[in-house]
Design a protein around this ligand. Sequence first.
Ligand SMILES: [Zn+2]
Length: 272
Amino acid sequence: MILGHEALGQVIGTGEWVVPVIRRACAPPCASCARGRRDLCLTSHYRERGIFGAHGYFCDWAADDPADLVGVPPELADRAVLVEPMSVVEKAIARACQTHPGEPATALVLGAGPIGVLAALALRLRGLGVSLASLEPRDHPRARLLERAGIQYSSIPDRTPPMADIVIEAAGAPAAALAAVQSLNPLGVAVLLGAPEMPPGLPLLDFIAGNCTVLGSVNAGPESFAAAVEDLACLDSHVLDALIRRAAFGDFAASILGPPGEAVKIVHILAE
Ligand SMILES: [Zn+2]
């Protein structure tokens, strides 16, 4: 299978820049797929380009239905590789805000990978007080990038992350799922994006007494892709530039095996 799901392409003939949505409907379509919300597919018989069941975009040419393409303004083309991961973040934040029964003012993100960093930036754009907690030391370039963007950084385990109204787990680790729930203020909403299981010790009584919610979220619908394009256009260009590093194609081993740097996304250039 051809890999590659975070793609940016240019339409032959019109020159428009587009980002493809990844998921393709189950067949025959379930109620969610039928109403254009494949991200909420009920059968799990969907396909995802570059992930399973369908080829991805690590190739010269690809064919897609126009309905599966999201337009990107030309001035955003250099950064549009972030649209797909940002769409996942937008859906998670929208669901958290819809679910919270009060007025959320603070947010905590767990994990400083692409999803975590983008989530923190998107929450900051909404005017929330945002903290991010991760394992990288305080002087790590990614921690400094976050602080430049007005996000408080907590290096675990040196500093306990603050409590928050919305918590986004983007670390992919069971311990982070537990920390997400334990960090909830009353009425708080925790969104789990990666942790595969919950370790024992979940404080259910506090959770019940606080009217808290835990929800899972995956993939993104058309509205979330549109929100991703909008938010990326609003983010500070210096911060955005720091999120992406360009490298020669032959350097991919260092990108995969090396320690994480400041940039959350590394683009390898095949040919200029
Ligand atoms: Zn479906």
